[in-house]
Ligand binder design. Structure first.
Ligand SMILES: C[S@@+](CC[C@H](N)C(=O)[O-])C[C@H]1O[C@@H](n2cnc3c(N)ncnc32)[C@H](O)[C@@H]1O
Length: 306
């Protein structure tokens, strides 16, 4: 995802061009940087499946603190984590909540396929937070950074907790790594430069959100300020060593394709060429390289309603 260049912005009124993938035109033909979540359904699914160990481990951790009767997965997307929660807490009513009806349709299909109980609910964030049903566990993973006022979002979700309920916010962790520093072509260290460019993209994305507010991204502090107790963080490792199993290679390809597309203006020609080779055809692509792995950590911040 990237901010449109001035030229693209001017052209946005013209029917001759199509919105770059992940961007969309509004009714006036103006482009904006709202993410088109529906178009990311496959990517969100492969990502969720590749990173699934962190959800399983976090759910195990949470199970020691609460026996939920109702769970909300806020921003559930295609439902990978919601299904993990439904498996871990089979007696709970699990509600997948998202702004995208299409992603929720996928979540429902997934639950049927796996054989777990899941209901879905379309909601717009943060406006509909106050309408959500009360719950004993609210899980929200990599969603609140898409809401302009993150502290207010935490406070609104905290209000939906029953006494003794847990709010679990998955945000941050470590950058994901897939490749050795030197991959045999291009300048060594491309992943560090992708991280730096992503940081710039992320700041632009946040600045353009409605009611964007800057806040120190100290999630336990935000949980405490929302009146919750025992705020703390735990990070969970996802370690899939090389050679990465074929079923996770689609996630790697998707990440590099997204970087090539979204960060084109922020990476130099050498790095763009390297991304082209990694995601192209022939030797050296992420589909066949024996040195591709997946290593990352995801952080889950939790607190309880007293
Ligand atoms: C990055 S995805 C995270 C999906 C999933 N929780 C995970 O960790 O893989 C963000 C999700 O939040 C939803 N979302 C983002 N902003 C939203 C908003 N303002 N209102 C409703 N849903 C939103 C998107 O549809 C998408 O499914």
């Amino acid at each position: 995802m990237r901010t449109l260049t001035a030229g693209e912005y001017r052209l946005a009124g013209s029917a001759r061009i199509v919105a770059p993938r992940g961007l969309r035109w509004d009714r006036r033909g103006m482009a904006h940087t709202d993410l088109d979540w529906n178009s990311m359904a496959d990517r969100l699914t492969t990502e969720g499946e590749a990173l699934l160990p962190f959800v399983t481990a976090a759910a195990q951790d949470i199970a020691a603190r609460v026996t939920p009767r109702r769970i909300l997965d806020v921003g559930a997307g295609p439902g990978v984590a919601a299904c993990v929660l439904a498996q871990r807490f089979p007696d709970a009513e699990v509600v997948a909540v998202d702004g995208s009806a299409e992603l929720l349709r996928r979540a429902g299909e997934r639950a049927d396929r796996i054989g777990v109980r899941l209901t879905t609910r379309v909601a717009e964030f943060p406006g509909d937070f106050a309408e959500l049903p009360e719950a004993d566990l609210i899980w929200t993973s990599h969603v609140l950074h898409h809401v302009g006022d993150q502290a207010a979002a935490v406070a609104a979700l905290a209000k939906r907790l029953r006494r003794g309920g847990v709010l679990a916010v998955a945000e941050g962790g470590l950058p994901t790594r897939f490749l050795p520093r030197d991959i045999g072509f291009g300048r060594p260290g491309i992943e560090s430069r992708i991280d730096a460019a992503t940081t710039i993209w992320f700041a632009r994305m946040r600045a353009e959100l409605p009611h964007a507010a800057t806040v120190v991204e100290d999630w336990p502090a935000m949980l405490s300020a929302a009146g919750l107790a025992g705020a703390g963080s735990r990070s969970f490792l996802v370690d899939r060593p090389a050679p990465l199993a074929p079923e996770y290679r689609g996630f790697v390809r998707g990440q590099f394709e997204r970087a090539a597309e979204a960060l084109a203006d922020d990476l130099d020609a050498d790095d763009r060429a390297t991304l082209g080779r990694l995601t192209g055809e022939g030797p050296g692509t992420v589909d066949t390289r024996p040195d591709v792995y997946l290593l990352t950590a995801r952080t889950v911040h939790t607190a309880t309603r007293p």
